[in-house]
Design a binder for this molecule. Structure first.
Ligand code: PMP
Length: 406
């Protein structure tokens, strides 16, 4: 049963690769862009481009309206209380680094504990390693069950009164695990800790409500949801953002400047030093509009159906390891026995099927899985059941090919 039929909205997908129709199954790395987003960015540059905030001329006003309008769109999209809680960044990585450098360095001290999980992307691990090194805090990790989920018992054993901050991914980019952020946040708050959520793999695929989750910070990237690269979001509760110092100093973020000192603008601009990512924000607002016009209930159901179908078909192949829990977001990570995932991905590419192979920026999780690398197929709104069939056919050929070789 096809739930969505939107492939024709994405011009890049209408091409052949190595003589085969392109099947793009690498959206967890970056998603393709619908024509409306390409047009929105194009039109911005064609008709409205100017620098924002200071310009009194008409183009400057239009650019400012577009940029600040995008902030309003994001505010409603994740149900933030107010637009001053939305900071535009380059992406999830920059968003988390802002929290680590600004909040982490100021409010975490020696002896405090920072709690993470073993499934974190390097972007939500290394910034906290650095905070721990700078402050003398200790890193602790919520242990995972065999299927790559975590229990609230494990959360409660790890997040204690010593915990100052919990940094956790909403959805794992390797296992597809959907973590119980609301429950984790409630417990962390009971312990007096703040919660930073890496939403890079959640926001593109499911409705996210930051007030409902009650997390303190939430980070995501536009490029994984149909927007251009180079635009992302840091959501933070006003009270916390107000206590934090800027990270980037320079133009745009200042109020009064003398030769020896300066004061900052109010939120959110104090965190947006330099000319902002105006066209990126325009593209992000357009991508949000596009996804909302489809509806997140349909998007989630469509991806769920594709993932379930892919897993069912993969399980029919002998000698395949599939990683992650039954209930998961739209991706499947796997290995063919005795075949390096790079070889699997190379053979699939020869059939026009794009999947990712490697450690997926999760080297500690690879260690936990006891592998050096995996292959990963990830689904988005434009994928179809036929895409899954072509992927499975390609895999069977890869298996045959390497079966002959070994
Ligand atoms: N966290 C997760 C879970 C991710 O999947 C990614 C992107 N692979 C990131 C963080 C980093 O996102 P970006 O590279 O857009 O900053």
């Amino acid at each position: 049963m096809t739930i969505l039929d939107v492939k024709s909205d994405f011009p890049i997908l209408d091409q052949t690769i190595n003589g085969h129709q392109l099947v793009y199954l690498d959206s967890a790395a970056t998603a393709q862009k619908p024509q409306v987003v390409i047009d929105a960015v194009n039109d911005y540059y064609k008709f409205d481009n100017a620098n924002v905030h200071r310009g009194v001329h008409t183009l400057g006003q239009r650019a400012t309206d577009a940029y600040e309008g995008a902030r309003e769109t994001v505010t409603k999209f994740i149900n933030a209380k107010q637009s001053k809680e939305i900071i535009f960044t380059r992406g999830t990585t920059e968003s988390i680094n802002i929290v680590a450098r600004s909040y982490g360095d100021a409010f975490i001290t020696a002896g405090d504990e920072i709690v993470l999980t073993e499934m974190e992307h390097h972007s939500n691990l290394i910034p906290w390693q650095q905070v721990a090194k700078r402050t003398g805090a200790t890193l602790k990790f919520i242990p995972l069950e065999a299927d790559g989920t975590m229990t609230m018992t494990a959360v409660k054993q790890t997040v204690t009164e010593k915990t100052k901050l919990v940094a956790i991914t909403h959805v794992s980019n390797v296992l597809g695990t959907i973590n119980p952020i609301k429950d984790i946040t409630a417990h962390a708050h009971d312990m007096g800790a703040v919660v930073v959520v890496d939403g890079a793999q959640a926001v593109p695929h499911m409705a996210v409500d930051v007030q409902d989750l009650d997390c303190d910070f939430y980070a995501f990237s536009g490029h994984k949801m149909g927007a251009p690269t180079g635009i992302g979001v840091l959501y933070g509760k006003e009270k916390l953002l107000n206590q934090m110092d800027p990270v980037d100093y320079g133009g745009e973020m200042i109020d009064f400047v003398s030769l020896t000192d300066a004061t900052w603008k109010e939120l959110p601009w104090k965190f947006e030093g330099g000319t902002p990512i105006i066209a990126g924000a325009v593209g992000l607002a357009s991508a949000i509009g596009y996804l909302q016009s489809i509806g997140f209930d349909k998007i989630t159901a469509h991806e769920q159906a594709l993932t379930d179908y892919a897993i069912k078909e993969l399980k029919k192949i002998d000698g395949i390891d599939i990683y992650g829990p039954d209930k998961r977001c739209g991706l499947v990570t796997f290995n063919l026995t005795d075949v390096h995932p790079h070889d699997t991905a190379t053979v699939l590419d020869s059939f026009g099927v794009a999947v990712r192979a490697g450690h997926h920026c999760c080297q500690p999780l690879m260690k936990w899985l006891k592998v050096t690398a995996t292959a990963r197929a990830s689904f988005y709104v434009y994928n179809t059941f036929e895409d899954v069939d072509l992927f499975i056919d390609g895999l069977k050929q890869a298996k045959e090919f390497f079966g002959d070789v070994f």
